[in-house]
Design a protein around this ligand. Structure first.
Ligand SMILES: Nc1ccn([C@@H]2O[C@H](COP(=O)(O)OP(=O)(O)O)[C@@H](O)[C@H]2O)c(=O)n1
Ligand SMILES: [Ca+2]
Length: 430
């Protein structure tokens, strides 16, 4: 069992780098913010980029994520800026970074990050691409205030969309991206080629793994005791870890294994993004509503809800009516069976995970904090069975709204759901 806290695990040698990324913004719990910090920071780490190989299922390397203009050569004694949009399924976030480089032989330091977000995400505007792109315009105003006007023209702006757009029909996703690109081009900032795109799920998993292991000091430590990551987004969920056993490498589907070189070390990672099994998409699937579009009068029912409950819920720009099954089943057992049907045949499980440490974040973090499994500010350490206990606890009460669907979803989505020995660390959002 692993009981050390995030702070204990942090390597002191690279404390400055970590502290630079260690921004705690006041708006929303954010761990992925650091992920995007890392994208930008790593764009300044020439050594990293030159060594990263392509993932087997993708044609381009990690560097394709990064604006070519963000190289170390461009850094000067004055501040340099970079703007990154994270277009997630539940919201769009802007990260505005400034870096300084004091000496030419040193890496630039992250000086400041400004963060702002809007809800809903771009995918909610699937049929109104122009309106969706307007949400970007508002966030760009924040960037204009944050970056001195003398730097606008040389400050690159990049937008990476995740599972919300991956789930949309290609035509609608492309229409949104094209409108967004137009808005960026109208701005005074530098818009590199391919600056607006959908990020591949494999990269999403790898970048989160690099970020967490960077922040916890594992990438620099001699022991290379890396930790795995579990990211539960709204529309997809990623699992990534460094397998220790040959069996895992041999028995995993080929596209779950990805090699890349970084800091003179080759990492062969197990990584997979389950599209449609993010918290909200999985909830829709459990209700039988995924992909049904707007259905005015239909009420989607589930035994995961109290019998006499009925309400409205919005996801991806569509309003759904949902409720419990009147005079029908309700509670943990039937709800669990429902959720298992949604994930049946979709999950790949790995034995060695039972012995591994994972950092779980995004909705794992939010829901664990909401149900007092962990402290909102400091995070905590959990085992899978803690989620199970909480699921049983909240489903045994009376009016439990959607909570228990959340909880059940956690449990069923964990590819090691039946392992009580497995330990997960729910980390503090930086
Ligand atoms: N900067 C951010 C952005 C989202 N998140 C979390 O990510 C979850 C929402 O996922 P998302 O909207 O990015 O959805 P996906 O597109 O990743 O499926 C929530 O739990 C947010 O709190 C975060 O922790 N930090
Ligand atoms: Ca996300």
């Amino acid at each position: 069992m692993h009981l050390s806290s995030v702070k204990d695990k942090t390597a002191t040698a690279h404390r400055a780098d970590i502290a630079a990324l260690n921004y705690k913004m006041d708006s929303e719990p954010s761990f992925l913010r650091t992920l995007f910090s890392l994208i930008l920071v790593s764009s300044l780490l020439d050594s990293v980029l030159s060594e990263v190989d392509a993932c087997p299922d993708t044609k381009t390397g990690l560097e394709s994520l990064l604006p070519s203009t963000m190289s170390i050569q461009n850094a000067s004694i004055e501040s340099v800026y970079g703007i990154m949009f994270d277009a997630g399924s539940t919201g769009t976030r802007i990260h505005i970074y400034s870096f300084t480089q004091k000496y030419s032989d040193q890496l630039p330091e992250l000086e400041r990050e400004i963060f702002e977000s809007v809800k809903p995400g771009l995918s909610a505007y699937a049929d109104l691409p122009e309106q969706g792109a307007e949400t970007i315009r508002g966030l760009l105003e924040v960037a204009k205030n944050a970056v001195p006007s003398s730097h606008w023209r040389k400050t690159p702006v990049v937008l990476k969309a995740t599972a919300g757009l991956r789930l949309l029909p290609e035509k609608k996703a492309l229409a949104l991206l094209s409108e967004v690109k137009d808005i960026l081009e109208e701005s005074p900032f530098l818009v590199p080629d391919n600056s607006v795109s959908i990020m591949n799920g494999t990269y999403e998993g790898i970048l989160a793994w690099i970020t967490v292991n960077f922040l916890t000091g594992q990438l620099y430590s001699q022991s290379k005791q890396t930790v795995g990551i579990l990211d539960l987004g709204g529309a997809s969920t990623q699992i990534t870890f460094l397998p220790q056993s040959e069996e895992t490498l041999e028995q995993s589907p080929l596209d779950f294994i990805t090699s890349f070189k970084m800091f003179h070390t080759t990492y062969k990672l197990y990584t997979h993004s389950y599209l449609g099994l993010g918290l909200k998409a999985a909830r829709l699937a459990t209700l039988g509503a995924l992909g049904t579009g707007a259905v005015d009068k239909q009420v989607f029912r589930s035994s995961c809800l109290p019998r006499n409950m009925e309400s409205m819920w919005q996801f991806g720009g569509v309003s759904y009516r949902y409720g419990g099954i009147e005079n029908g089943e309700s509670g943990f057992k039937s709800c669990y069976a429902e959720v298992l049907r949604v994930v049946a045949g979709k999950l790949h499980r790995v034995d060695e995970m039972k012995e591994s440490t994972f950092y779980a974040f995004s909705y794992y973090y939010d829901r664990a904090a909401d149900t007092n499994l962990i402290d909102y500010d400091t995070g905590g350490i959990l085992e899978v069975r803690d989620f199970e206990r909480k699921a049983i606890e909240v489903t045994s009460g009376c009016a439990r709204l959607f909570y228990f669907l959340f909880v059940i979803t956690w449990k069923a989505l964990l590819p090691v759901a039946h392992s009580s020995a497995w330990t997960s660390v729910t980390s503090l959002p930086y």
